[in-house]
Write a protein that binds this ligand. Structure first.
Ligand code: FES
Length: 67
């Protein structure tokens, strides 16, 4: 997901690209994220309001991010 976002928003912050630094944390406006990071707590994963876009994916057919 980060590669696609970088094409659209060249200045998007990121660092590790492996889901552990938190640099790419992005707010989710709509849709259901699938988390693969080690940054968010279980509660944060459940609410789905934010995600690490370097390793995260979309669980729903549409995912709207606050970029
Ligand atoms: S770039 Fe480090 S968590 Fe995404």
């Amino acid at each position: 997901m980060l590669d696609v976002v970088r094409d659209a928003v060249p200045g998007v912050p990121y660092s590790c690209e492996e889901g552990y630094c938190g640099s790419c944390e992005t707010r989710v406006l709509a849709g259901i994220p699938e988390h693969h990071d080690t940054v968010l707590s279980e509660d944060e994963r459940r609410t789905g309001r934010t995600m690490m876009i370097c390793v995260g994916r979309a669980r729903s057919s549409r995912l709207v991010l606050d970029l």
